[in-house]
Design a protein around this ligand. Structure first.
Ligand code: ZN
Length: 90
């Protein structure tokens, strides 16, 4: 495991700088925004830090179409986490 150097990236909505792992990356390809969970896809990448910020980018003309894509990523991951803690029967 590498320690020490932690890459920071800036959220396009709130402009806060956070560790790369805490952000979600999205890339624009052929005019379409796509989630980039591996954070390695080529193309112009942007980072969003929270579901609130995913909504906030809808107000930015440049990232308007990013908002629904970004929000979908958080909706999906929330569902997975919620299921894990409940229903422990055996
Ligand atoms: Zn943010």
């Amino acid at each position: 495991m590498r320690r020490g150097h932690i890459p920071f990236r800036q959220c396009v909505a709130c402009r806060r700088r956070l560790e790369k792992d805490l952000l979600r990356r999205f890339v624009q390809q052929a005019g379409q925004w796509l989630p980039d969970p591996a954070q390695r896809a080529p193309g112009r990448g942007v980072y969003v830090c929270s579901p609130e910020c995913a909504q906030h980018v809808a107000k930015n003309k440049r990232y308007r179409t990013l908002a629904p894509v970004a929000q979908a990523v958080w909706v999906r991951s929330n569902g997975e986490n919620g299921n894990r803690t409940s229903s422990r029967t055996g």
